[in-house]
Design a protein around this ligand. Structure first.
Ligand SMILES: NC(=O)c1ccc[n+]([C@@H]2O[C@H](COP(=O)([O-])OP(=O)(O)OC[C@H]3O[C@@H](n4cnc5c(N)ncnc54)[C@H](OP(=O)(O)O)[C@@H]3O)[C@@H](O)[C@H]2O)c1
Length: 270
């Protein structure tokens, strides 16, 4: 698994990480134990960066349980998400409890209450309890505010949507990330599962096999990682086999412009 530097944070992250939205929001003990097997498969493949949020129901806690006894092998990216200061502090204290008093990447979710949340996360970073401070937003309409924050020098990473069908970040946000040396985590890399459900034929996948990818999901992830401005993609899965499959997309060689264009064409035809 290739590693890339998360902006100026000094943290090297695997190019294929893992999200937990919906997939880790489980409570049944059998389901919770099964998500630990998803984490087993991810770690075995080199995927050791896991993204969560208090917005994702029980996902933060389920991830913490899955990392019990092996927290030092993982990088945790989570978020604070509330306009209420007291609730923000409760979210932070809960996360510190789940993740052995350290969060590697702490993000302001949806830029909520940004000035106050940033100040608190910077304080935690200065105390050594947070590695990288960042911010996330899923909406194109929030990109201008996110880019103002990137120019301020106060974050070392951002998390935004990017996939073959949602390419707006290519225009201004990714160039700015390069200029400002800011790491970029990619949410929705498989179009919230919609792209992963497309079914190309083996013949249609053949041109990409020489790049070490066998499946359409791997092609979609490699398409993103072949843009060098992308630091890491965080596909979510509840399936250990998918975790293994996704991790295997994280090695070079990367696609060139012709292969990237061919992937876009194919996704449009399927
Ligand atoms: N969507 C948002 O608005 C949003 C916002 C902020 C942050 N994020 C973060 O970004 C992460 C990723 O985005 P996302 O979860 O929205 O969507 P995504 O990663 O694009 O898609 C996840 C879906 O893809 C399926 N999948 C994963 N690997 C697969 C494979 N190899 N083959 C077939 N299907 C596969 C999963 O189903 P299986 O369980 O069956 O594998 C799941 O339903 C989130 O989990 C979260 O941590 C998302």
């Amino acid at each position: 698994m290739e590693l890339r530097s998360l902006g100026a944070s000094g943290i090297d992250v695997p190019v294929v990480g893992m999200g937990t939205w919906k997939t880790f929001d489980v409570r049944d003990p059998n389901e919770v134990a099964q998500r630990a097997r998803v984490v087993d498969a991810a770690l075995a493949g080199g995927t050791n960066l896991f993204d969560s949020s208090p917005m994702y129901g029980s996902a933060e806690q389920v991830l913490g349980a899955a990392l019990d006894g092996r927290r030092d092998r993982a990088l945790v990216a989570t978020k604070v998400w509330t306009p209420d200061d007291a609730e923000a502090e409760r979210q932070i204290q809960r996360a510190m409890g789940y993740y052995a008093r350290h969060v590697d990447v702490y993000q302001v979710h949806n830029l909520t209450a940004l000035p106050r949340r940033l100040r608190r996360l910077e304080q935690l970073r200065d105390e050594g309890r947070v590695g990288s401070v960042g911010a996330t937003h899923y909406a194109h309409s929030a990109f201008p505010e996110l880019m103002d924050l990137m120019r301020s020098g106060r974050v070392t990473c951002v998390q935004v949507p990017y996939n073959v069908r949602d390419r707006l970040v290519e225009e201004r946000l990714l160039p700015l990330a390069g200029e400002c040396n800011i790491g970029v985590l990619i949410m929705r890399p498989l179009g919230v599962g919609e792209l992963a459900r497309q079914r190309p034929t083996p013949e249609q996948l053949r041109p990409f096999v020489e790049f070490g990818v066998q499946t359409w999901s791997q092609v979609l992830l490699k398409w993103l990682l072949s843009d060098p401005r992308v630091t890491t993609v965080i596909p979510a899965t509840s399936n250990p086999a998918h975790a293994r499959e996704n991790a295997a997309a994280g090695d070079p060689p990367w696609f060139g412009p012709a292969e990237r264009e061919a992937v876009v064409q194919l996704a449009g035809e399927l």
